[in-house]
Structure formats: structure tokens, C-alpha cells
Design a protein around this ligand. Structure first.
Ligand code: AMP
Ligand code: GLY
Length: 417
């Protein structure tokens, strides 16, 4: 089978790395891909947002399956367009992807179906929002409704911070039209866990849990990023908590989506917070997480192609997932300055010197004359597996210490919290 993966970051590299192990995959393509991806897939110079281009390419090359990985093409209806053209596609349709692309939609859904989440209010104009945040209990959380590269969430400890957040999102349009509406919600406390789950709209099968590190610097300091590192499994996500999540969150979510006439097929990412009152949903994503995928897929023993097919054909009930009983750690190496301004184009050295069982996923790289160069904020995700967390951490950091590029920045505390 010929498979095309849409996207070009570390998550897409991990999906392709896993698909490459399937005996039924004959050729892999990636649009647009990156330097590391070009070693295992043919990179096609099409933007991940170019729906017409991706549909045209898939028809021309007789692609058997297209995996749409990033949030924005899903929200824009790339899966709908592929299906209309008769191309098999993995990922939710536009009306189901709204679970991620509109926080207002997600919050209303959770309220209607009693799925535990932070209590909230929605505002469509800044004046009413400002009146509200001046009297609401602190701290509070202000969220842009739409997609904002994971940055549209502002935690406010004072009335002034909250007012500034409302003004910057709704009036200054810091996140563009994503800030037309906002959600203001209660601040919750507890450990955060990410659970990705396959669903065909009937059956839902969660993958092993993981934990992200969103802040740029050690001890959760510095600005929010796309994710500076992950590990799997989470030590907080016990069997007991899993059972509660299954009953109160995971199954009710797919039932709710069916009830709303928006059956969800693909991967739902549950961003959970384990509060004293039990697990609650912080956010949904309509896709694999980045860099969660870089620790979850290396632990999966199944053929990923078979799982994707079962989702598309609504036969997920025939699949049983099995997992390596190991801990995975992924340390992200980023460009100096990320998530703010950074330089690109620095040569990356030392990639050949890491141990054989280390998996280096490329996030923002390009390859020229057989050399790799930095080409994005997050550059590499270095993943190691071992029998326990300490060994996995040690292996991952040993590999990181051998890889060099100018101004490289990474957290030293992945896996400690
Ligand atoms: P989100 O994009 O909604 O997951 O938010 C990004 C991050 O903001 C989360 O991973 C949490 O760390 C934090 N966050 C979001 N909502 C809340 C909340 N209601 N209470 C506390 N922290 C939150
Ligand atoms: N790591 C969080 C995300 O993929 O949105």
C-alpha cells in the first residue's frame, strides 16, 4: 500500500517511522515532510494546508491511504475533501474536528453531556467579558475559541492580568480570528495527563498515557511552547483513574459526538487534569499530540496500518492494542530563542554517534548534500526506551549530549515531575 502522511513535524516522523515497520506498506510519502522524514519517505513539496494539492496528488499517485495529522487541515475539512474524491483518509471530518477547533463547541458539548470539565462562561464581546472578569474568582483562565498553536490559553492571577488577557485576545486579536469569542474558565489544580485514543465512532481504544512539558525551561518556568518533552506512561494515571475516565469521559465523548450527528473517526487527544474531585477534561485535540506521539508509538506493538484501517472501516472492535512494558522519554532539542524569535540553518552534528536503539525524530530540519540543518523552533525529539524511567532518561540525555547545533536549547528535567 502507498501511504501519504500530511504534515512535517516530529509527530509525523513518528507516525511514518511506525508505518514503515508494516509489511503491507510499500511506499511512504509525506507532505511537506522534513530532513529526517526524507530518509524514510518521499517528501512532496505541498503545504499541509493545500487541500486541492493533496487531493490531486493522491489521485495522481493512486495513494491508498492519506493520514492527516495536523489540526489545521483537519479543521479546514481535508478529510472531507479526500473522501469526496474517493481517497481513503485517516482523521476526523471537519464537523468532528471542531472538538479541537472550537473551545466553545467543546465546552458546550461537555456541559450538555455531563462530561467533567472546568466550569466556564463564553463571551462574544470584550465589554461583557471585562465586566465578568472584574468580579470573578481568581485565578481564572482565558482561552481563545479557535486554533492558536497551543498558545491561546492565558492563566490569570490578578484582575488586571485577566483584563489584559481579554483585551489582547478580543480587541488586539493577538491570535487573529481565533479570538472572536473566548471561554473564561475556572482554574483547576492537579497533575496533567495526555491520553490519545483511537476511535471509529463506535469503539474507543485509549493508548498508553503520557505527560507533556509545555513550558520552555526547567521547573516549568518560561513561556509556553508546543511541548519540550514527554514521557510515557504517566505515573499518575492508574488503572483506577483509567476506569473512571473510560466511564465518565472517553465513552461519553464519542456517544455525545454521535448524538450531535458528528461521528468522530481518528484519534482523540484527551488533555486531562487529575483534580481532587476526579479527572476532568482541560482540552480535546482531534489528532495525535506532538510530542506525545514520539513516546506513545514507539511503545505500540501493533501494526499501525492495521489500526488505521480498522478505524476507517469502523472495525476497531476487532483490534486489541498491545504495549511494550517499558518507559519512553522524549527530549526536545529546540533552537535558541524558541518559542520566540530564533535563527535557522545551523548544521546539526553528532546524529550518527547516538546509540542504535535511540530514535531521533526530526521536527524542524532540512537535509542538503547529506547534511542536516535546523529549520524550525523545535528541531529534534530524542526518544529512548528502557525498563524504567531513570534508565530511559539517562539514555535519552546521553544521546542529546552527543548531538550539537548552534544555540541548541533543551530542558534537563524531562521525566522528573
Ligand atoms: P489547553 O490548550 O486548553 O490544554 O491549555 C494549555 C495549558 O493551560 C494546559 O495544559 C494547562 O496547563 C493549562 N490550563 C488550561 N486550562 C486550565 C484550567 N482550567 N485550569 C488550570 N490550568 C489550565
Ligand atoms: N503536546 C500538545 C499538543 O499536541 O497539542
Amino acid at each position: 500500500m502507498k501511504v501519504l502522511v500530511v504534515g512535517g513535524g516530529g509527530r509525523e516522523h513518528a507516525i511514518l517511522w511506525k508505518l514503515k515497520q508494516s509489511p503491507r506498506v510499500s511506499k511512504l510519502y509525506c507532505a511537506p515532510g522534513n530532513g529526517g522524514i526524507s530518509d524514510i519517505a518521499e517528501c512532496v513539496s505541498l503545504s499541509a494546508l493545500d487541500i486541492e494539492g493533496i487531493v490531486g496528488f493522491s489521485l495522481k499517485e493512486k495513494i491508498d491511504m492519506v493520514v492527516v495529522a495536523p489540526d489545521d487541515p483537519l479543521a479546514a475539512g481535508m478529510v472531507d475533501a479526500l473522501e469526496e474524491a474517493g481517497v481513503r483518509a485517516f482523521g476526523p471530518r471537519k464537523n468532528a474536528a471542531e472538538l479541537e477547533s472550537s473551545k466553545v463547541f467543546a465546552k458546550k458539548l461537555m456541559k450538555k453531556y455531563n462530561i467533567p470539565t472546568a466550569s466556564y462562561e463564553v463571551f462574544e464581546d470584550s465589554e461583557t467579558a471585562l465586566d465578568y472578569v472584574r468580579t470573578a474568582k481568581l485565578p481564572l483562565v482565558v482561552k481563545a475559541d479557535g486554533l492558536a498553536l497551543g498558545k491561546g490559553v492565558l492563566i490569570c492571577n490578578t484582575e488586571n492580568e485577566a483584563a489584559d488577557a481579554v483585551i489582547s485576545i478580543m480587541e488586539d486579536r493577538r491570535f487573529g480570528d481565533a479570538g472572536k469569542r473566548i471561554v473564561v474558565e475556572e482554574f483547576l489544580e492537579g497533575p496533567e495527563v495526555s491520553v490519545l485514543a483511537f476511535t471509529d465512532g463506535k469503539t474507543i481504544i485509549p493508548m498508553e498515557s503520557s505527560q507533556d512539558h509545555k513550558r520552555a525551561c526547567d521547573n516549568d518556568e518560561g513561556p509556553n511552547t508546543g511541548g519540550m518533552g514527554t514521557f510515557s506512561p504517566s505515573r499518575h494515571y492508574t488503572g483506577e483513574i483509567h476506569d473512571i475516565c473510560m466511564e465518565k469521559i472517553f465513552v461519553p465523548t464519542i456517544n455525545a459526538m454521535n448524538n450531535e450527528g458528528r461521528p468522530f473517526k481518528g484519534v482523540i487527544f484527551f488533555g486531562l487534569i487529575l483534580t481532587e474531585d476526579g479527572p476532568k477534561v482541560l482540552e480535546y485535540n482531534a489528532r495525535f499530540g506532538d510530542p506525545e506521539t514520539q513516546v506513545v508509538l514507539p511503545r505500540l506493538e501493533n501494526d499501525l496500518l492495521e489500526v488505521f484501517e480498522a478505524v476507517i472501516d469502523e472495525k476497531l472492535d476487532t483490534i486489541k492494542l498491545s504495549w511494550k512494558n517499558e518507559t519512553a522519554v522524549c527530549v526536545v532539542m529546540a533552537s535558541g530563542g524558541y518559542p520566540g524569535n530564533y535563527e535557522k540553518g545551523y548544521e546539526i552534528s553528532g546524529l550518527d554517534s547516538v546509540d542504535e536503539d535511540i530514535i531521533v525524530f526530526h521536527a524542524g530540519t532540512k537535509k542538503e548534500n547529506n547534511k542536516y540543518f535546523t529549520n524550525g523552533g523545535r528541531v529534534l525529539g530524542v526518544t529512548a526506551l528502557a525498563g524504567n524511567m531513570e534508565k530511559a532518561r539517562e539514555k535519552a540525555y546521553r544521546a542529546v549530549s552527543r548531538i550539537c547545533f548552534r544555540d541548541a536549547h533543551y530542558r534537563k528535567d524531562i521525566g522528573i515531575k
